[in-house]
Design a protein. Structure first.
Length: 21
């Protein structure tokens, strides 16, 4: 897994978490 992919997935997870709130 590339570091960039990990950053993208983390960013998407953060956005999804904020949308839930």
């Amino acid at each position: 897994v590339h570091i960039s992919e990990a950053r993208v997935s983390a960013a998407l997870g953060k956005l999804a978490f904020m949308e839930v709130l």
